[in-house]
Design a protein around this ligand. Structure first.
Ligand code: BGC
Length: 501
């Protein structure tokens, strides 16, 4: 596996060099220009980012409500998601956009504190359940398949009070919540994701203190969080399989990813190591035939922990019951991909001591040819990274069904969003290239349907195919050029040569 990864990395290096002179956000086509007939095109959002209605109809507070209300100075322009795009009151406008695009699926997340206001089953809120029933029914009535994420960062405050992801209790609470979702929506929802991007929220919430609850337990809290997330995910998978699957026949996964890593010059081992420390951290226990955390993480974190004078590893051990329960606990790979970094082994120890960065022990850099998004600091257009990720998944985890569950480009909100079209074009090409190379990719999901609350960046960064008038009381949506482009892709099942917008 590693050797075929190395061969591929050599080819990617060659492609990158060839593209180096241009400011590249393009990808050469390989093979069939058409997406398969049954390929599903969709678009994504998440509850806290679009819904607003933060305390409507009995909803309880999430840690993001608490954070934006009490630490507003940490958010661009002191913004909150209290109203945001107000999808809670204007879902019909979202539906109109979905219909206009003619998407096959819509990925949205359910707000746990809308269903159980204090996180616990005893607080069950029928109005919250009614809201999602309405959404699901309207989608299905219009031929749009719901793809549902159970958790997209908005943890009920009371679950945080009992320790959040640090506590074993979390597993039991999450299973009760997921069971409620299967009972109420499972007759109609056939694609589920338990969690969105645990490696991002675990690090941001429990290590570097960027997201609530601002717990700076670096190199330990983040690892406990990932471990408990994997356990909760697998426990939910077990409940679904034993109690619901026979009748409901749905599929379950967990959305992983965000970055791919390429080698800086010939540092192939560093790129592979970074992939294991990021995607492999959660994917290896679920999708690899041997299960458990990646070997390189187990060995190096233990060795670092002992050097720090500890008696045991900071990485919790995954053995016996849990290792077996987690192994195989997904029906497809839900991949989020945005961008890439070049990696080399660290010249000197980096990051906090201890930390995920220090354990990973790599320095990251950028290729100067990569096109940078005009907003934010981290997003560069690297479509070959998506191809690389798909190849990595094939090599590491074998013949899997892959659904791309997020991929998106940000700007400052212009309607004439040609850079977004360019990003979309090249990443759709990467999907086609992946299919030609043998990946079983069945879905692509653009992030995001509408401009929305971009976490600590507030409303300064926009990802939507539709702009939202945040000044108007009904938050009118207006299509950008990229909406027309995506609609054309969906109707023709190919990437248009000319952009007719
Ligand atoms: C997250 C979204 C976020 C997007 C852009 C993704 O990783 O799932 O919530 O808006 O990145 O930053």
């Amino acid at each position: 596996m590693f050797s075929s990864f190395l061969r591929f990395i050599g080819i990617v290096g060659f492609i990158i060099n060839a593209l180096h002179k241009a400011n590249s956000c393009d990808l050469p086509a390989k093979g069939n220009p058409y997406f398969p007939n049954n390929f599903s095109f969709g678009i994504a959002t998440s509850a806290y980012q679009i819904e607003g209605g933060w305390d409507a109809d009995g909803k309880g507070p999430s840690i993001w409500d608490d954070f934006t209300h009490n630490y507003s100075h940490l958010i661009d322009k002191n913004s909150t998601g209290d109203i945001s795009a107000d999808s809670y009151h204007h879902f019909d406008q979202d539906l109109a956009a979905l219909k206009e695009l003619k998407v096959n699926h819509y990925r949205f997340s359910i707000s746990w504190p809308r269903i159980f206001p204090n996180g616990d089953i005893s607080s069950r809120n029928q109005k919250g359940i009614d809201y999602y029933n309405k959404i699901i029914d309207k989608l299905l009535k219009n031929g749009i398949q719901p793809m549902v994420t159970m958790f997209h960062f908005d943890l009920p405050v009371d679950i945080q009070k009992i320790g959040g992801f640090m506590s074993d209790k979390f597993i039991e609470k999450f299973v009760a919540y997921a069971t409620e979702l299967f009972e109420n929506f499972g007759d109609r929802v056939k694609i589920w994701m338990t969690f969105n991007e645990p490696q991002i929220f675990c690090k941001s919430s429990y290590a570097d203190g960027r997201y609530p609850p601002l717990a700076g337990i670096s190199g330990e809290g983040d690892y406990i969080c990932v471990t408990n997330t994997l356990k909760a995910h697998a426990a939910v998978y077990k409940v679904y399989r034993s109690r619901f699957y026979e009748k409901q026949k749905g599929k379950i996964s967990i959305a992983l990813g965000n970055y791919f890593f390429l080698p800086k010059s010939n540092e192939t081992e560093a790129a592979y190591r970074a992939l294991q420390f990021n995607i492999g951290f959660l994917a290896h226990p679920i999708f690899h035939t041997s299960g458990g955390f990646p070997k390189v993480m187990i060995e190096d974190i233990k060795s670092n922990s002992l050097k720090e004078g500890r008696l045991t590893s900071r990485l919790p051990s995954l053995k016996g019951y849990w290792k077996n329960l987690i192994k195989g606990s997904a029906d497809f790979f839900a991949l989020n991909y945005y961008t890439s970094r070049m990696m080399q082994r660290a010249v000197q120890p980096k990051g906090l001591n201890p930390s995920w960065e220090r354990d990973m022990d790599c320095d990251e850099s950028l290729d100067p040819s990569w096109l940078k998004a005009t907003s934010g600091t981290w997003l560069y257009c690297v479509p070959e990274g998506l191809e690389g990720m798909l190849k990595f998944l094939r090599d590491e985890y074998g013949d899997l069904e892959v659904m791309i569950t997020e991929n998106g480009w940000s700007d400052v909100g212009e309607l004439d969003d040609v850079s977004r079209i360019r990003y979309l074009k090249s990443h759709l090409q990467a999907v086609l290239n992946g299919i030609s190379s043998g990946s079983n990719i069945t879905a692509y999901t653009y992030w995001s349907l509408i401009d929305n609350f971009e976490w600590r960046s507030g409303y300064s960064i926009k990802y939507g195919l539709y702009s939202v008038d945040f000044q108007s009381s009904n938050r009118e949506r207006t299509p950008k050029k990229s909406a027309n482009f995506y609609r054309e892709v969906i109707s023709s099942k190919k990437i248009p040569n000319e952009i007719h917008v």
